[in-house]
Ligand binder design. Structure first.
Ligand code: BGC
Length: 766
């Protein structure tokens, strides 16, 4: 019988620890430090290096032994303790079989981690992260991640590659859909909630999983929005815009970080000492988790031209602080040699291994390596009514009302004939979004189904497909093929539109238009959608557009011609029901955009927290001259600004006041504002606080979000909302990268979006 040596050692260490609990009472000591060290002391160089290998499982672990040499080698490596973690091995059976290989065959029986991209759900799909960000609601993020963790862990997964917290300013970049948007404050707020949701208070709880803050760092700043492209940004942008959510993640105790494909300032993130050693593991004191590379990215350092060969790539990545190699197979071919020849000290290797083992201990894998492979939970916990309820709540809170002329919305459930038009309206797959883990294909509630389920009389609802968006295979890995110039479905749609009181027209993007490798130079609506819109307008002006998309789109023609527009993203399993909730007023829309919507692609990258520049606007007497920072063919402003979103009611902001017009660095100011519901129905408003530092040793943005509060007001009700401004609110990373505030004049702005704001000034004095 195979002796599970590691588990025996751990038991001894646990007992020792209980007898002498000094390491447990010392809150600064790494959790399980004794257990990790005693295990480490038993490990050979080969076994240590093995813990840093992350393999993709590309064969059925419950099926026959793989035939190809590559997979056979992987299998052998798992058995001999040369693998620390697997990704894309799913189901309780699959993970159990894979775990057995490691635990029962390898000398020390160290269990594997099972990682998977559980980004916005496992079986039950929540809205895509960008959509969730529009809720500005930690409960949405937290409860969605909790459900995802519960489902994934019931299926053998114990580690998710989420949350993604890349700031995204450029809609050409397809991965905007995974991001919390363009603002570091909102991104930090949501990322913390996602981490809490995935990890809970106790990683060893069988319904929680280890999270991963990604992509570290600046992946969202790929030049021209082209995925995997070079990133070249200033230290100020890096420190003030890109890094805050990662720092927040480290403070929230995230179990791992994933670095990124991009280079930054000429150094691929994998090889960045600054990011990984100096900041993350240095200044931020991140001790109890590890850094995993992105897929193959340690090897890509060679392609980048940053390392000459495998040995150098391994050397640079490990010394810079990348702990685990995802599928580049660089570590397995370099670390033993690097350490045995003394090029890398064993202490650097030990540090990386220690981090990986710590998370395995925290997950409880040494107590029971199969704790996440529980068939009964897998049967009971997936796609439950309860989980779908969370998804519906998250989905309706993520919808943003962009336009509602003459209160066309909400619609009536009775006595109003409705034509639902557009292939996206009947689509049960697109709403599931990209990065959909194990969602069942075509399992979302469609817009059409949602509407049919909500109205009193189904015969009031008719449907025509109108356009076809794509043809051919639709999968995560393939390019999409768009249909162009097929107007065969128009006439039925036009006939229906003629007869009805109102048209609900579903427009937007296929879910595989966004996500990894999905950059676009055109961010308008593809195919025949716009043509159909114009044809329908000729026969019926009462059109409500539901816009499904994974990025901000350039939709000026919609804004100009369509009276009511709902931004519905890719909302997940319950999309259609949530959309119907909003269309018929069962839920009053409360979402606010987490990104600016440009007027055209030429404005990208566009974001609200930009700098003023030296020539921000024309002088009145220079009107008509060109020498100011503008486009000759487009306004500078976005179509819809960051923080924007309407409601079925209206809110009036008044009486902005400050407790004092001056504060010093030890002091604080309380800002108050009155918000009144001036409409006829109850509603929720997100009251947003922005600050501007007029003069700095480094120029500061024209405004920065520094707080927000969601309030619920009945018709006619008013509330005073208060925000406290202290030195931290006014601080930033300066030229020397020190964090602090600088005395001078500041603007304080409060409002319902980043443009519609009341403003006052105050001074920070010495
Ligand atoms: C993506 C990561 C993802 C990884 C594993 C990469 O291509 O960039 O975000 O976690 O694959 O699937």
């Amino acid at each position: 019988m195979k002796v599970q040596l590691a588990i025996a050692i751990v038991t001894i260490a646990l007992t020792a620890c209980m007898k002498n609990n000094s390491s447990n009472t010392n809150s600064t000591a790494a959790p399980f430090a004794n257990e990790v060290d005693s295990l480490l002391s038993l490990m050979t160089l080969e076994e240590k290096a093995g813990q840093l290998n992350l393999y993709a499982g590309s064969w059925e672990f419950t099926g026959p032994v793989p035939k190809d040499a590559n997979n056979q080698q992987k299998l052998e490596n798992i058995k001999s303790g040369r693998v620390g973690a697997m990704l894309n091995v799913i189901t309780t059976e699959g993970t159990r079989e894979a775990q057995k290989l490691a635990v029962e065959n390898s000398r020390l029986g160290i269990p594997l981690l099972f990682g998977y991209d559980v980004i916005h759900g496992y079986k039950t799909m929540m809205p895509i992260p960008l959509g969730q960000a529009a809720s500005w609601d930690a409960d949405v993020a937290r409860s969605g991640a909790q459900v995802a963790a519960k489902e994934a862990s019931a299926s053998g997964i114990n580690w998710t590659f989420a949350p993604m917290m890349d700031i995204a300013r450029d809609a050409r970049w397809g991965r905007m859909m995974e991001s919390p948007g363009e603002d570091p404050y909102l991104a930090s707020y949501l990322s913390k909630a996602w981490i809490e949701g995935f990890q809970g208070n106790d990683l060893s709880d069988e319904a929680t999983i280890a999270a991963c803050a990604k992509h570290f760092a600046a992946y969202g700043f790929a030049e021209a929005g082209r995925d995997y492209n070079t990133v070249d940004i200033s230290m100020q942008t890096l420190y003030n815009i890109v890094l805050p959510p990662f720092k927040a993640a480290s403070e929230a105790g995230v179990a791992s970080f994933m670095n990124s494909f991009n280079e930054i300032g000429g150094v691929p993130a994998n090889g960045s000492e600054l990011l990984q050693r100096e900041l993350l593991k240095g200044a931020w004191n991140y001790q109890n988790g590890f850094v995993v590379s992105d897929w193959g990215s340690i090897g890509e350092m060679i392609t980048h031209g940053f390392a000459a060969d495998t040995l150098e790539a391994g050397y640079k990545a490990l010394t810079a602080g990348s702990d685990m190699d995802m599928e580049a197979h660089i570590y397995e071919n370099s670390i033993e040699e690097l350490v045995s020849t003394g090029k890398i000290s064993e202490e650097i290797l030990n540090d990386a291994v220690r981090r990986v083992l710590t998370i395995k201990f925290q997950l409880g894998l040494f107590e029971n390596p199969y704790r996440y492979s529980d068939t009964s939970r897998e049967k009971a916990d997936l796609l439950t009514e309860e989980n779908l309820k969370v998804a519906r709540e998250a989905a309706r809170k993520s919808i943003v009302l962009l336009k509602n002329e003459n209160n066309l919305l909400p619609l009536n459930k009775e006595g109003q004939s409705i034509a639902v038009i557009g292939s996206l309206a009947a689509d049960k797959d697109v709403p599931l979004g990209s990065w959909r883990a194990q969602a069942n294909e075509g399992s979302a509630v469609s817009v059409l189904e949602g509407i049919q389920g909500a109205v009193s009389n189904k015969s009031d609802v008719s449907f025509a497909q109108g356009y076809t968006l794509t043809t051919g295979r639709r999968k995560f890995v393939y390019e999409l093929e768009f249909v162009e110039g097929d107007q065969s479905g128009f006439s039925k749609a036009i006939q229906l539109a003629k007869k009805v009181d109102v048209v609900v027209l579903a427009l937007g993007e296929d879910c595989w238009q966004s996500g990894e490798g999905r950059s676009q130079t055109d961010i308008g609506l593809k195919g025949d959608q716009m043509d159909l819109m114009y044809e329908l307008l000729k026969v019926n002006k009462n059109i409500v557009v539901t816009l499904m998309n994974g990025r901000s789109l350039a939709i000026p023609e919609l804004d100009e011609n369509i009276p009511a527009i709902l931004e519905v993203w890719h909302l997940g399993s319950e999309a259609g029901n949530a959309i119907a909730d909003v269309l018929f007023g069962d839920y009053n829309p409360s979402g606010k955009l987490p990104i600016s919507f440009p007027r055209n692609v030429g404005q990208c990258p566009i974001y609200y927290n930009h700098k003023n520049g030296g020539r921000p606007a024309t002088n009145p007497h220079d009107a008509g001259m060109v020498f100011w920072s503008h486009y000759t063919d487009s306004p500078n402003t976005p179509l819809y600004p960051f923080g924007y979103g309407l409601s079925y009611t209206t809110f009036e902001y008044s009486d902005l006041s400050l407790s004092s017009s001056e504060m010093n660095q030890a002091g604080e100011i309380v800002a108050s504002i009155k918000v009144k519901n001036t409409g006829k129905v109850g509603g929720q408003e997100t009251v947003q606080l922005y600050i501007r530092d007029y003069v700095g040793s480094v120029t500061r943005p024209v405004k920065e979000l520094k707080g927000f509060e969601k309030i619920t007001l009945k018709p006619g009700e008013e509330k005073v909302v208060q925000f406290t401004i202290n030195n931290e609110t006014l601080s930033y990373y300066r030229a020397d990268l020190s964090f602090g505030s600088e005395p001078g004049q500041f603007a304080l702005m409060i409002g319902g979006n980043s443009q519609k704001i009341l403003t006052t000034d105050f001074r920070l004095v010495d």
